[in-house]
Write a protein that binds this ligand. Structure first.
Ligand SMILES: O=C(O)CCC(=O)C(=O)O
Ligand SMILES: [Fe+2]
Length: 277
């Protein structure tokens, strides 16, 4: 029985490897249908200052703190809260707290910002994406468990990050990317292959061939937005010793996937409000 399970698990890893490889090699075809010469095409990301007003940022932070510390979102809103502190699944991001499907508890959000977000991507890509979910994330200072360089899968995946607190120094844990790596094939293939043969359960890790020396960290005032292609090698900066960082993370998908339910991390949802600080 155990043997069968081990074999299945190994085979499943191989299936995942081939699926990821197929997505890796297909991605350039998707990219070739997008608009050339834009920052999102050339570097894989773009920065917009004052994309959200300070008032918009503060409102979201208040909602987050209330949801976390006073009352969890009602189940019918589809919003839920994830803490990785007690998760055995991963040793990473132990000080990250997330409010998923935030639009469920702030229905006005879509009305006030969805058009602005989709337009920003349309301008850069020349095609439409759709929003899969709005999530709010709090990163407490952490120098030990930050996830190193990785991709968020090998398929078509974009995110908009909006800093909801000032991220002005490296100590504030800025979002960090390897510019133009969304167009790398061989370096990513090498990582994918080495993840398979070294038995790494996460096929998305970019542990080899990417170095801090070639990375770019986005610093900015609260309200700064980053349009980002998630097949960039990226991470949050690991020496986060300064301020706590609040970010709105908007998950975007190819327009054909509109309406898919968003359940990322749902199995890790907490069932009691908790003190954060
Ligand atoms: O914390 C960060 O800046 C990186 C977050 C990240 O990897 C992601 O949202 O995909
Ligand atoms: Fe990521």
């Amino acid at each position: 029985m155990k043997k069968t399970l081990d074999t299945l698990y190994k085979e499943y890893r191989i299936v995942r490897f081939f699926r990821a490889m197929q997505q890796l090699f297909q991605f350039p075809f998707f990219l070739s249908r997008t608009q050339k010469g834009t920052p999102l095409y050339d570097k894989g990301f773009d920065i917009r200052q004052a994309f959200f007003s300070p008032e918009e940022c503060d409102r979201i932070v208040v909602d987050f703190d209330q949801a976390f510390q006073e009352r969890l979102p009602a189940p019918e809103t589809d919003a839920y809260i994830v803490s990785r502190k007690h998760s055995a699944i991963s040793q990473f991001d132990k000080n990250v707290f997330q409010l998923m499907n935030y639009q469920g508890i702030n229905p006005a959000l879509k009305e006030t910002c969805e058009a602005r977000i989709l337009e920003a991507f349309r301008e850069q890509l020349g095609l439409d994406l759709c929003v899969a979910s709005y999530t709010v994330q709090l990163d407490m200072p952490d120098t030990e468990t930050k996830r190193p360089f990785h991709v968020d899968g090998y398929g078509i995946n974009y995110k908009l990050f909006v800093y909801l607190s000032d991220v002005k120094e490296m100590a504030d844990g800025p979002y960090t990317v390897i510019p133009a790596s969304h167009r790398h094939i061989w370096r990513k293939w090498a990582n994918l292959f080495l993840n398979l043969v070294t038995g790494n359960s996460t096929s998305d890790d970019m542990r080899y061939l990417y170095k801090d020396g070639e990375s770019f960290s986005v610093l900015g005032d609260k309200g700064t937005a980053i349009l980002s292609c998630q097949s960039l090698a990226h991470k949050g900066w690991q020496d986060h010793t300064g301020r706590r960082r609040y970010v709105l993370v908007v998950y975007l998908r190819a327009a054909e996937r509109a309406g898919e339910r968003f359940v990322l991390g749902r199995e890790l949802a907490i069932t009691e409000p908790m003190k954060l600080y």
